[in-house]
Design a protein around this ligand. Structure first.
Ligand SMILES: [Zn+2]
Length: 56
């Protein structure tokens, strides 16, 4: 599975973020502070929502 680029974590600024695509719903998780992003039905949307949330 290809993972599209994700923005750094908005909480800790860490770049160790990954998409949990093995369960439903999908969501992005930060490895450094365990923050997680908005739920989405697909990996692509989870990534988009994660990136969108960080934009002011
Ligand atoms: Zn974080």
């Amino acid at each position: 599975m290809s993972v599209q680029s994700l923005r750094p974590c908005p909480f800790c600024g860490g770049s160790e973020v990954w998409i949990n695509g093995d369960i439903d719903p999908k969501f992005v998780v930060c490895k450094e502070c365990s923050a997680f992003g908005p739920n989405a039905p697909t990996v692509k949307q989870a990534a988009e929502r994660w990136n969108k949330r960080i934009t002011p």
